[in-house]
Design a binder for this molecule. Structure first.
Ligand SMILES: CCCCC/C=C\C/C=C\C=C\CC(=O)SCCNC(=O)CCNC(=O)[C@H](O)C(C)(C)COP(=O)(O)OP(=O)(O)OC[C@H]1O[C@@H](n2cnc3c(N)ncnc32)[C@H](O)[C@@H]1OP(=O)(O)O
Length: 298
């Protein structure tokens, strides 16, 4: 498809891809193998024109980590759906077993040049701006674990339905990696679960089991695993009965203060991220975290 070719040539969203130079070089990776960049789509979109509802299936093995390519593809799909006035609702779910999304792809932040880190952060911002500010009704059908950026992705949606499986967890666990959730991650969480819950969750980098997540309002509903998608579809039908304009204005009213703060500070936020993530101590923390993930598996 033409847009996929454009994606590969990185010509589609120029705003995402230009980035100023940031001066420092990251340490080179010593042990982490880079995955081959697959050319198969990382996201499958099924759009039913009769209902006006699109379903975005994340299908980037093994864990739907949010890489530069993944996020670029996500942004392009979102832009296309947003521009289609007939598309009123979006359900986001995972085609990978047991995982909704493992969050930002750590390999995009480890051993990479400042320029690469800046380019990556810009597309992370873009994904958030597009989803948090979407005119569509957005529902996360969380059918697996959803740490860090995966949790953020679901927090950008209007409603979260999670599989009631105690093996799964969700939360902003950044501090456990030795990194800090930026202000717009933090504010998205505050806007959902309140200040006190966010403070505890973020300081401790808590990952919540579904029942605990429901208790603090991090997810809105728990359902048996095999019903996540059908309940998401039913919920969408209900949300779409509300007069569109009134719902959209209300959503903007609730979210725009946070959105505007990032919009007006994008470049500073990128500079902040790049200078933070390329620090030797932070790179070391990321390396140790990746090692821990591998050891846990062994
Ligand atoms: C003061 C100024 C502040 C400015 C702002 C500064 C900084 C902010 C910066 C960044 C914010 C980042 C947010 C993030 O999202 S960081 C990512 C955090 N993610 C995690 O912690 C999740 C880690 N993964 C897991 O816990 C498990 O993988 C998971 C529960 C998702 C699935 O478990 P499962 O057992 O099924 O799979 P694994 O065997 O663990 O993993 C398979 C394979 O995938 C690799 N992998 C897992 N997660 C990631 C990831 N996020 N990125 C890249 N790769 C990942 C894992 O290492 C395995 O690889 P391999 O061994 O098969 O090669």
């Amino acid at each position: 498809m033409a847009w996929r070719a454009a994606l590969r040539s990185k010509a589609v969203i120029p705003a995402l891809l230009s980035c100023s130079s940031h001066g420092r070089l990251c340490a080179s990776p010593t042990f982490i193998t880079q995955r081959n960049n697959s050319t198969s789509p990382k996201i499958k979109v099924d759009y039913d024109q009769t209902t006006g509802v699109a379903v975005m299936h994340m299908q980037s093995p093994p864990v739907n980590s949010l890489s530069l390519d993944f996020l670029t593809e996500l942004c392009i799909s979102l832009e296309k759906l947003e521009m289609d006035k007939g598309c009123r609702g979006l359900i986001i779910t995972s085609n990978q077993p047991k995982v909704f999304s493992a969050g930002l792809d750590i390999l995009e932040m480890y051993g990479k040049s400042p320029e690469h880190c800046g380019e990556f952060w810009k597309v992370v911002q873009e994904m958030w701006l597009k989803l948090y500010g979407s005119n569509m009704v957005t529902i996360a059908a969380i059918n697996g674990s959803s740490p860090a950026g995966g949790c953020l992705l679901s927090l950008t949606c209007d409603y979260r339905i999670m599989a009631d499986n105690p093996l799964y967890s969700i939360g902003l666990n950044e501090t456990q990696l030795g990194i800090v959730a930026p202000f717009w991650f933090k504010e998205t969480m505050v806007n959902t679960v309140g200040h006190r819950n966010t403070e505890v969750a973020l300081q401790l980098g808590l990952l919540y089991k579904p029942a605990e997540a429901l208790k603090i309002g991090l997810v809105d509903q728990l359902v048996p695993e095999d019903q996540v998608f059908s309940v998401a579809t039913q919920t969408m039908t209900k949300w779409l009965t509300i007069p569109e304009h009134a719902r959209q204005i209300t959503k903007s009213m609730m979210r725009n203060p946070t959105i505007d703060k990032l919009r007006t500070n994008r470049e500073a936020d990128i500079q902040n991220f790049v200078s933070f993530i390329t620090k030797e101590s932070i790179q070391k923390s990321l390396r140790m975290y990746m090692e821990m993930l591998k050891q846990r598996k062994a």
